[in-house]
Ligand binder design. Structure first.
Ligand code: AMP
Ligand code: MG
Length: 340
């Protein structure tokens, strides 16, 4: 049975107490964060962490992020904490930044996907932060979607994927950012971007200087153990996705050509773009990269619901949150990219 707790008006003390008790007892609780909804369980309880993988159908070598509610909690999880980690944590936590650090032995290897490193973040959403604080333990919480599907940015997406299969869903309304956290690996010589996300890379570089970008971020194929999450198909709706990139006007013309071509083949066509297009279904991404980030996953899920066979997505500029948006779009497309 799944309890759905309504906190659309804000954190509710009694509901949070129920959910925190479930976490302490090794149960699964989905909750909103400022990025996307997380599927939470105790990060220190091997059996609970294993249930996250089972519920999501997540490959066991794709590690979980441990969510904390106080800066001091970092020392319970990480064996070594370099100055850059403290600097970034002080500047950006609570917030959409995940730090990868050497793991303490007390962190179950189920949680870390078998690695000797642990990913940690302090979320900024009041419901998430209060739930973790009340649980009193770090909470492993990957995105609350069936593995491979678009991430959930509203409670209804979590209900679609998990109702009846987890103990609790906290409905906190739509998530403010809409893309997952930025993941930075601090175990090497230089900070390394493993996943672009809700905190722009430019903001991080202003604090720690140049950050290297893992080749997988731009879609170059990897089998590197450091970035295990990157080798799997991700964010994919049922429909096939193609991304059109290049000069904005040329992209617009190419999208119109593709609509005609696909419809000529009898396919139902959906478009996700910042500029208007006539198709069987159209989802407006918004005008800025922040709006695009907020709308992207909802757009993918809604076009699936509209029953389109193919989704054409307009590429956006890779600045600010645009880097995260393009990363998600290219993965959703399985790197089927058309240059206009
Ligand atoms: P999700 O929670 O579904 O947004 O995915 C979490 C992502 O964080 C994973 O796919 C990894 O790319 C990354 N991650 C988590 N832990 C580690 C780690 N120890 N080392 C490297 N990357 C990690
Ligand atoms: Mg995910």
């Amino acid at each position: 049975m799944t309890i759905v707790i309504n906190m659309r008006e804000g954190p509710d003390e009694r509901g949070l107490r129920v959910a925190a008790r479930l976490i302490r007892n090794g149960k699964l609780v989905a909750f909103p964060t400022e990025t996307v909804y997380g599927l939470g369980a105790s990060a220190l309880d091997e059996t609970a962490a294993r249930r996250i993988f089972e519920a999501k159908g997540r490959p066991p070598d794709n590690p979980l992020i441990a969510h904390i509610a106080g800066m001091e909690w970092l020392e319970d999880l990480a064996r070594e904490i370099p100055d850059t980690a403290w600097k970034l944590a002080e500047r950006f936590w609570p917030g959409p930044l995940t730090l990868v650090l050497p793991a303490k032995e007390t962190v179950p290897r189920v949680t870390t996907g078998g690695l000797d490193t642990v990913a940690v973040r302090m979320p900024a959403h009041p419901i998430a932060l209060e739930l973790i604080r009340m649980s009193g333990i770090p909470v492993a919480a990957p995105s609350a979607n069936i593995s491979g599907k678009p991430s959930p940015t509203d409670a209804e997406h979590v209900v679609d994927d998990f109702y009846g299969r987890i103990e609790c869903i906290i409905d906190g309304g739509p998530t403010p950012l809409g893309v997952e956290s930025t993941v930075i690996d601090l175990t090497g010589e230089k900070p390394l971007l493993l996943r672009p996300g809700g905190l722009p890379l430019e903001d991080i570089e202003r604090v720690v200087g140049e950050v290297e970008i893992h080749p997988a971020v731009r879609g170059e194929v990897v089998d590197v153990a450091k970035a295990p999450g990157m080798k799997y198909r991700h964010y994919a709706p049922r429909a096939e996705v193609v991304v059109v990139e290049g000069n904005r006007a040329a992209v617009g013309r190419k999208i119109d050509e593709l609509i005609v071509e696909f419809r000529g083949r009898g396919l139902k066509v959906g478009v996700i773009a910042m500029d208007e297009h006539e198709a069987d279904a159209f989802f407006h991404l918004g005008k800025t990269s922040e709006e695009a980030a907020r709308n992207l996953f909802r757009a993918l899920r809604e076009l699936d619901r509209a029953g389109v066979d193919v989704i054409i997505a307009q590429g956006v500029e890779e600045k600010g949150l645009g880097l995260a948006v393009m990363n998600r779009l290219r993965k959703a497309a399985g790197f089927k990219i058309i240059r206009a």
